[in-house]
Design a protein around this ligand. Structure first.
Ligand code: SF4
Length: 208
């Protein structure tokens, strides 16, 4: 599986997307980016994200923020009522963790509003310490690559999680995650994957 991760990372330059938050691997900034990206396209998030960080550069600033002023940002992304999630997470990190982000996925999951994907992504990017990272796109890629033929809500399936855990056993989780996100957005897309541009010869769905 280490070979698969290395192959994915090595080919990343062919389909690389460049987002502002990728150059700032700091757990607070990653968490904010991932919260914003949960329902909104990356291109739409970028300008709002920059302004948000200007106003709340640290988790301490966000923990003291007024609901109304955070809601201004979340509403502009169509994330109505999500301001609470930003505030609850920041308050928990400041009050319960003295401003320090946890170093394990299990502890990350105790932060209000932080689910499996955000926990894994923050740890993968900021400390190379994720157990695994799965969103619907990564799950789809694993399902196709291994020819598992799973249907429905596949990212919670045991076999997908097992494969993702093995895939993320690499000392470069950050680059692997960004490469996977770009690959699944641009090539191994949900509908009509661009299999002619595929970088794998071993995809078991035999789309080529
Ligand atoms: S052959 Fe097609 S389905 Fe398989 S990994 Fe490549 S792009 Fe995805």
């Amino acid at each position: 599986m280490a070979k698969l991760a290395t192959h994915i990372i090595k080919n990343h330059r062919k389909y690389l997307r460049n987002f502002y938050w990728r150059h700032r691997p700091n757990p607070y900034k990653m968490m904010v980016a991932e919260f914003m990206l949960q329902r909104t396209k990356a291109e739409q998030v970028e300008p709002v994200y920059k302004k948000f960080l200007k106003q709340y550069p640290t988790v301490y600033n966000l923990a003291k923020a007024k609901s109304k002023s955070v809601a201004k940002y979340t509403n502009s992304l169509g994330l109505h009522c999500r301001y609470k999630k930003f505030l609850d997470a920041a308050k928990y990190i400041v009050d319960e963790l003295k401003g320090e982000f946890p170093k394990t996925q299990k502890e990350m999951l105790k932060i209000p509003g932080v689910g499996d994907y955000v926990a894994g992504a923050v740890l993968a990017v900021c400390s190379n310490n994720a157990d695994y990272v799965i969103d619907s796109n990564i799950a789809r890629f694993i399902n196709r690559y291994y020819g598992l033929g799973l249907k429905g809500e596949i990212r919670r399936k045991k076999i997908i999680i097992e494969k993702a855990k093995k895939l993320f056993k690499t000392d470069n989780q950050k680059d692997l995650l960004f490469a996977l996100l770009d690959y699944t957005a641009l090539v191994c897309k949900p509908i009509k994957p661009d299999c002619d541009k595929c970088i794998f010869n071993k995809c078991k769905t035999n789309c080529k």
